[in-house]
Ligand binder design. Structure first.
Ligand SMILES: [Zn+2]
Length: 441
């Protein structure tokens, strides 16, 4: 599965910045922290357990007389919050340990902003409800034996697609985030287009984008989780395409296809690195070290040392060792006489050794400045039958064409039409999330 091979970790360095005519500083890197943060949490987790019927049902006839809601402050502990709510110390400690001891709640990992509801029966604490993460609700309540028993409340989640569309103002990342996508959806969206467009150099303000992704919402309409991108389109100078997610019934491969059934996946990725600046193009130039004018047989991408470099396509590692001025160097042999090479690396990717198979998107190594190099960068080469070619100008054949298999094409068309119908409904209804900054039609 082509799109499943990227773990969130390896893709977290993807940069979707757009260098506009106005500002070259608009390049935006997704930091690894950003992708592991609460990106999948709803923006306003104002779910009050006190008002949820499910919580009330749990109390049955023994309904508490009063509920107090509070939010955990910065640097406040849960027991501190109990004190603030005037909960009897012993009651508070018993209730909290009923949540932490069985592992429902990790007291060291609770964050400020956590909503806690204490249910009181006169002066006595009868229950505590917390929502440690969106969609996960915990309730501990005092039973007849005087002890507190905790339980996790399950809530009904509704799955429905969401449409996010607009024009790029600063970067796809920022604009899509503002409109309701999370980091993972933006990364997936970029991955769909990774074969067609170089996000850093070929996507500009004014380009239009649309994405449809699955979402899980609770009964109140709060988005709990955002899922797979079902549709991705980009309409700008460099590219004007839309892709539908589809799993082929014969091979069981999930991929993205244009409306005509052509796969988004190509033999080689457009660039084997994310978040890098193109510092030197393929062609004749004066060599920065030797001073001689000669053919620059590759493309240079300046990027911080340690930035991961991906195998542009499936293949076999032909060499993974120091190679003169190339420094730490990896060359991969692909099908049809193609080879790609990666030079000046600081270190090799895990398991990258001569003779090993490598898959598109696997880490071949990390940016460095080994060999004849003036600073950390990737020197990337593509060869066809031994002849160096300009990787940035390569016209590569597309991947699978579903139209070659009529039954599969029919199944794909049904799915495509389903997604299109949804897009139409969303475009016509009030549900559409409109970019405040998108130009009037
Ligand atoms: Zn170079």
């Amino acid at each position: 599965m082509i799109f499943g091979q990227y773990s969130a970790g390896t893709r977290s360095l993807i940069a979707l910045g757009v260098i506009g005519a106005v500002s070259a500083a608009a390049v935006l890197m997704l930091s690894p922290q950003a992708t592991t943060s609460a990106s999948d949490l709803p923006e306003q987790p104002n779910i009050s357990l006190a008002s949820l019927p499910i919580a009330q049902d749990l109390f049955g006839t023994a309904r508490p007389t009063q509920s107090i809601e509070a939010t955990l402050q910065r640097r406040e502990t849960l027991s501190g919050l109990m004190d603030r709510l005037d909960v009897n110390r012993r009651d508070g400690a018993l209730a909290l340990s009923s949540l932490t001891e069985p592992g429902y709640l990790d007291a060291r990992r609770v964050r400020s902003g956590l909503k806690v509801t204490a249910y009181m029966d006169g002066d006595a604490l009868s229950a505590i409800a917390v929502e440690p993460e969106a969609g996960r609700r915990l309730l501990t309540k005092r039973e007849a034996d005087g002890r507190f028993y905790a339980a996790e409340l399950k809530s009904k989640l509704i799955s429905e697609p969401i449409v996010v569309k607009g024009s790029i103002t600063t970067s796809l990342y920022e604009d899509a985030r503002v409109l309701g996508a999370a980091d993972q959806q933006v990364v997936d969206f970029a991955q769909v287009f990774a074969y067609d467009v170089d996000f850093q150099r070929e996507v500009h303000p004014g380009d239009k984008f649309e994405m449809v992704f699955e979402s899980l919402s609770d009964e109140r309409g709060n988005i709990i989780r955002r899922g797979d991108v079902l549709y991705a389109s980009l309409n700008g100078k460099a590219v004007d395409k839309g892709f539908y997610r589809f799993t082929t019934p014969d091979e069981g491969v999930t991929d993205y296809f244009q409306g005509n059934g052509e796969s988004a996946t190509r033999f080689l990725m457009k660039t084997p690195i994310n978040g890098a600046r193109l510092s030197s193009s393929f062609g004749r130039r004066r060599h920065p070290i030797s001073g001689y004018s000669r053919l620059h047989k590759g493309t240079d991408f300046a990027a911080p040392s340690g930035t991961p470099i991906y195998a542009a396509g499936h293949g076999t590692v032909e060499r993974a060792s120091r190679y003169g001025g190339y420094g730490k160097y990896v060359r991969v042999r692909h099908a049809n006489g193609y080879k790609t090479a990666y030079a000046h690396m600081s270190r090799y990717g895990p398991g990258v050794k001569s003779g090993r198979r490598i898959r598109q998107g696997d880490i071949v190594g990390y940016v460095g400045s080994t060999g004849a190099s003036t600073g950390p960068h990737l020197h990337y080469e593509v060869y066809i039958n031994g002849k160096p070619v300009n990787a940035m100008a390569l016209k590569l054949p597309t991947g699978r064409k579903l139209a070659n298999t009529p039954e599969i094409m029919t199944a794909f068309e049904a799915r495509r039409d389903e997604i299109d119908l949804f897009r139409e409904i969303e475009n016509g209804g009030d549900l559409m999330i409109t970019a405040a900054n998108s130009p009037a039609p």
